[in-house]
Design a protein around this ligand. Structure first.
Ligand SMILES: [Zn+2]
Length: 193
């Protein structure tokens, strides 16, 4: 086995990137660039930050993927075997890129997708813990849409969901420290710390 050591320097400005051991996506706290670690090394990504809603503070930041996608839902078959109309449309997904239990990740991603609005500059603060790559984020996005379809009241038996990615970037998400976890300063959703 060969171990390669890569310098984790920002591909844009050369500053050392802050990282935890398993991180594969990074936000530069110097110039605000995003980066992803692949076989060939680090490559740059567009990056932004979601802003806290009024009255909430950004005490710490965690990374997420913002994916613009065309969603196509077809082959909706109800439990009584009747086909029902599908739909398609554009949608913005905000998928947390840090480690969370799947139920919490789903809850936070749905809330962030609904709340997605004001964006600003990447903070000059650590945004670490990014372990989810884009491919996994797209799987999660599809999982969210399948879940929404299944929860509709028409007793769905099967459905086909295709997520066609249009663009992607990284985003810093603000959190407040709460008594029993971290509270998202955009959505108010609390997750385990
Ligand atoms: Zn930089």
């Amino acid at each position: 086995m060969t171990v390669r050591l890569l310098p984790l320097d920002c591909p844009s400005c050369g500053s050392a990137l802050r990282a935890e051991p398993l991180d594969i996506v990074f936000l530069c706290d110097h110039c605000g660039s995003g980066a992803i670690l692949a076989e060939e090394g680090l490559s740059m990504l567009e990056a932004t930050a979601l802003l806290p809603t009024p009255g909430r503070r950004a005490e710490l930041w965690r990374p997420a993927w913002v994916v613009e996608a065309h969603v196509v839902v077809t082959d909706r078959i109800r439990a009584d075997r009747r086909p029902t109309p599908g739909w398609e449309g554009e949608r913005v997904f905000v998928i947390p890129a840090f480690e969370l239990p799947i139920a919490e990740l789903t809850r936070l991603a749905l809330a962030l997708g609904r709340a997605f609005g004001a964006t600003g500059e990447v903070p000059h603060e650590p945004v670490t813990g990014g372990v989810l790559d884009l491919e996994d984020a797209l799987v999660l996005a599809r999982h969210l849409v399948v879940g929404e379809e299944v929860r509709k009241p028409d007793m769905l038996a099967s459905v086909k969901v295709v997520i066609e990615e249009r663009s992607h970037r990284l985003a810093a998400i603000p959190f407040e420290r709460g008594g029993d976890g971290l509270r998202c300063a955009v959505t108010g959703v609390t997750i385990p710390a």
